[in-house]
Ligand binder design. Structure first.
Ligand SMILES: C[S@@+](CC[C@H](N)C(=O)[O-])C[C@H]1O[C@@H](n2cnc3c(N)ncnc32)[C@H](O)[C@@H]1O
Length: 370
């Protein structure tokens, strides 16, 4: 066990978790693959899961990443269940359109679903198809250009590069519809602007009562006072954490602390747990590398020392760790990525076990907790 504590482990969680003793972990804070690929045949998924078989999804996930192809299966969560103490909580990020699958996998592994925290933000970009444009394109019809506007590129998931790229957004033409169908459906699209991510709060069943479980294992409760809203009279923490002060942080609806009000900044992603810049080379980030001529980014291809595509902000991760981890406890993240949970847990004085299977992301995480 000791060899896994306070280091990032390179490996597949299916295997590594089997090496940990039962009931040795106090909390789980994790951001697993959301499975943002093609809509699955839900009957096929559930048939596999109910028969204890692995379901393999045929499509790649977010930004063509294989690791994001599908949500972790009940068998993975069952390993998590074994190592977690009774009453131990899990805080698990999920995608808005696949949170039902994530929740079901957790339930099938034996967890109770206690709540869902909504992490609200305003800097997401809509990935909506312009229906009118598409009709004209299909018909091979030219559209009259009447001006230009700046347009953000983007997709539906928390994607830190978007923020950077929004400043260097490409200029797109404003056009008028040509065909009858394009005129009829002008102004119609296919998706909303993403503005929240769910964080599922699950719990391993108690041993009889909350008090008995806390007495025996130190797990089972939530650290309410440790997570009260700062600057708002220490209000009771809500199941909603927000991003923009003006949008959500009002005298009537101040549901969160100011420090939780942001996505991962460049400084956040490129620094270690003490705030020092990590010594890795700068690399271009994710799908932006595909834009060799820079056309997607207004000529600039952003580079990051930590080029993981889905880095979570450390203040938010710290708040989540604090909410469900008893003092001196061990936080587990079986989907470590670039190590944001490890950075947060270490900063909060908790122990951590973080597992990541991709060697490139493992190196970044290792640097961030060194
Ligand atoms: C959404 S990312 C986590 C990002 C992280 N929150 C951060 O801030 O960097 C999920 C990560 O899980 C990893 N992963 C997926 N399946 C895994 C498995 N079975 N074992 C270990 N890591 C896995 C992927 O390589 C990916 O880096």
């Amino acid at each position: 066990m000791q060899q896994f504590v306070n280091v990032v482990t390179l490996g597949d969680s299916y295997d590594v978790l089997k090496e940990l003793p039962d009931q040795s972990i106090d909390s789980v804070v994790t951001d697993p693959p959301y499975g943002l690929s093609k809509e699955p045949d839900i009957r096929e998924v559930l048939t596999h899961w109910m028969s204890d078989l692995e379901y393999r999804h045929p499509s790649k996930g977010f930004m063509g990443k294989e690791w994001d192809s599908f949500v972790p299966s009940p068998s993975l969560w069952r390993e998590v269940y074994h190592v977690l103490k009774p009453g131990g909580h899990v805080l698990c990020f999920a995608g808005t359109r696949t949170q039902d699958l994530m929740t079901m996998a957790l339930r099938l592994a034996g967890f109770e679903i206690r709540d869902v925290i909504e992490w609200l933000y305003v800097k997401g970009f809509p990935k909506s198809m312009n229906v009118s444009n598409q009709f004209d394109k299909q018909a091979g019809a030219e559209r009259e250009v009447i001006g230009t506007k700046k347009a953000g590129i983007g997709s539906g998931k928390t994607y830190a590069f978007q923020e950077k790229n929004s400043q260097a957004a490409k200029v797109v033409p404003i056009t008028l519809p040509t065909t009858d169908l394009a005129k009829q459906w002008d102004g119609w699209g296919t998706a909303l602007k993403p503005a929240h991510e769910p964080i599922i709060l699950a719990r391993k069943p108690l041993e009889r009562t909350v008090c008995k479980t806390i007495e025996l294992y130190g797990t089972g409760g939530l650290n309410i006072d440790g997570c009260r809203i700062t600057g708002a009279g220490g209000r009771f923490p809500a199941n909603c954490v927000t991003v923009e002060l003006d949008q959500w942080y009002t005298p009537y609806f101040n549901v969160t602390s100011r420090e939780l009000s942001k996505k991962a900044s460049k400084n956040d992603r490129n620094t270690d747990w003490q705030g020092n810049v990590i010594s890795l080379e700068e690399k271009c980030g994710g799908s932006m590398c595909g834009s060799a001529d820079g056309s997607l980014t207004g000529g600039k291809i952003p580079k990051y020392r930590n080029n993981h595509p889905t880095v979570k902000p450390r203040d938010l991760m710290a708040w989540l760790c604090r909410l469900i981890t008893p003092p001196g406890g061990i936080v587990l993240d079986p989907f470590g990525g670039s190590g944001s949970t490890a950075v947060a847990a270490k900063g909060e004085g908790f122990n951590f076990i973080v597992i990541e299977k991709d060697p490139e992301y493992f190196e970044i995480a290792k640097c961030r907790v060194a």
